[in-house]
Structures are given as C-alpha cells and as structure tokens.
Ligand binder design. Structure first.
Ligand SMILES: Cc1cc2nc3c(=O)[nH]c(=O)nc-3n(C[C@H](O)[C@H](O)[C@H](O)COP(=O)(O)OP(=O)(O)OC[C@H]3O[C@@H](n4cnc5c(N)ncnc54)[C@H](O)[C@@H]3O)c2cc1C
Length: 239
C-alpha cells in the first residue's frame, strides 16, 4: 500500500481490512444481475454492518464511528470494486442517515441512527420528483400542518433503496415561494399513506422506485430541524 501522508493509522487499518472483502459481495453482484435486487440490497447492508462499515455513516454519540469522510471513501472504493450495487446501497444508507446527523435533532437521531449503524434500519433519501430533478427547489410535495403533525401528499421518483428502506428522509414544501419553503421529515416505510408505486429499472440494477405519499401523517417530532431547513439539509447531505 502506498504510504500516503493523509492516511492515519485508522485508515491504514481499515484499508487493510477491506482488501479481502470482495468475496463477501460476489453473491450481491450475482443476485443483482439475476433480478433479486432487494435481496442483494439487504445482503449488502447486513454484510456492511458485520464489517463495521455502516458505523462509518453514523456519528459516534449514536453508535457510529464518527462520519470520517476518508474512511467512507475507502469503504466505497472497496465496495465499488466488488459490486456497483453494493456501493450504491451503502452510499444511500449514508444519504438516509446524514440529514438526521446534520439536523441535530437528538431524539430522532437516537431513534434511527443506532439501528442504521448496526444495519437494522435501512435509509433512503427522497428529494427528486417528476418535475423537480436538478431544480430540486421546484418540488411540489406538500406537508400541511394538521394537529400535532403534518400530512404529506405528493410523489417522488428515482428513490434508491426505496424497496428495502425502513425509513425515508422526505423533502416537502411547507410554504410557497423559494426561500425556506422546504422542510425535511423522517417517514417510516410502513407509515400509512406511503407506498411504492412502481420499481424503476436502470442499466445497473438496484432497489430503485417511485413512491407516493397520500395523506401520509407524520408527527411534528419527525421534522428535521426547523420548518424551512429542508434545502439546507438536502444540499448539505449531497455535498
Ligand atoms: C440511478 C439513479 C438513482 C437516483 N437516486 C436518487 C435518490 O436516492 N434520491 C433522490 O432524491 N433522487 C435520486 N435520483 C435522481 C437524481 O438526483 C436526478 O436524476 C437528478 O437530480 C437530475 O434530475 P432529472 O433526472 O430530472 O434531470 P433534469 O433535471 O431534467 O436534467 C436533465 C439534463 O439537463 C441538464 N440541466 C438541467 N438543468 C439545466 C440548466 N439549467 N442548464 C443546463 N443544463 C441543465 C442536466 O445536467 C441533465 O443533463 C437518482 C437518479 C438516478 C438516475
């Protein structure tokens, strides 16, 4: 291994451990190619958890290893060398977990992140809509305040991990206009009103789907940060 000055001992140790993981993901690649994408996705998360990789995506105070970007890059490099599907599922596990960490909402983090670190919860990140891709600020999904929560209505497309997720971070409009109009919510996959509309097939197989939110009630406690923090959390996560 090249002695790179910006590698600390923990990176060398991780890099060494990752050298022989390819065999763990042979079956993932095979299952993905034969259409068993959900099974391949779940196998990925299980194997990543056993290897301690899911912990890399979670802050230390919630059972993780501390969100070290260099370690995450090493993990992704090794996973991608074995299976593009495995790398994608792992990356999206991070996209699901990171908005919680960024929001600083301790109670929500405590509910989801330790399970994500152990691979017992799979996350997804639901931003894109049919008319809001690159221009994410144009999203039309609404979150209407009602009682002690919100009611979400709208649709999302191209959502990775959708068919295996246990929770989604959903971005929805809580105000008109473009300034601080979008908020982020954690929605359990089994929440009434959240459904998978159809799988979406792309060249490289992975658990990708269109989802629908129809009168989907979310407690106010599941909002990440304040109303209007959604775009900051979305872009901060993608960065
Ligand atoms: C495999 C896959 C997985 C994905 N997973 C997720 C996910 O987990 N969660 C999620 O929320 N989204 C996901 N997405 C959606 C992805 O983020 C969007 O595809 C992306 O934001 C682009 O949006 P779009 O496809 O609508 O393309 P468009 O926004 O319609 O863009 C089409 C093309 O036009 C170009 N373009 C757009 N606007 C301009 C402009 N103003 N000037 C010049 N050129 C422009 C773009 O660069 C692009 O080449 C996924 C997409 C794919 C393909």
């Amino acid at each position: 291994m090249i002695e790179l000055p910006f590698f600390e001992d923990r990176h060398r140790e991780l890099h060494g451990r990752l050298q022989d993981i390819a065999s763990r993901f042979d079956q993932v690649a095979l299952r993905g190619e034969t259409g068993e994408v959900d099974e391949a996705g779940r196998d990925t998360v299980r194997a990543c958890a056993e290897l301690g990789l899911c912990r890399l995506l979670v802050p230390a105070e919630f059972g993780g290893a501390g969100l070290d970007l260099r370690s995450i890059c090493l993990a992704r490099e090794a996973l991608a060398a074995s299976s593009g599907l495995a790398d994608s599922v792992f990356a999206v596990q991070g996209l699901g977990a990171y908005p919680l960490a960024l929001s600083g909402n301790g109670a929500l983090c405590q509910r989801y992140l330790p399970r994500a670190a152990e691979g017992h919860a799979i996350g997804a990140f639901a931003l894109t809509e049919p008319e809001a891709g690159s221009d994410a600020g144009a999203l039309a999904t609404r979150a209407r305040p009602e009682g002690d929560g919100y009611v979400l209505d709208g649709g999302k497309v191209f959502i990775s991990n959708a068919t295996i997720a246990s929770f989604f971070v959903v971005f929805a409009r809580t105000a008109e206009g473009s300034k601080r109009a979008i908020s982020a919510f954690v929605v359990d996959a089994e929440a009434p009103g959240l459904s998978i509309v159809r799988r979406q097939h792309v060249t490289a197989p992975h658990p990708l789907a269109e989802i629908r939110l129809s009168g989907c009630r979310v407690p106010a406690a599941n909002r990440l940060g304040e109303e209007g923090d959604g775009m900051r959390l979305a872009l901060g996560t993608l960065d």
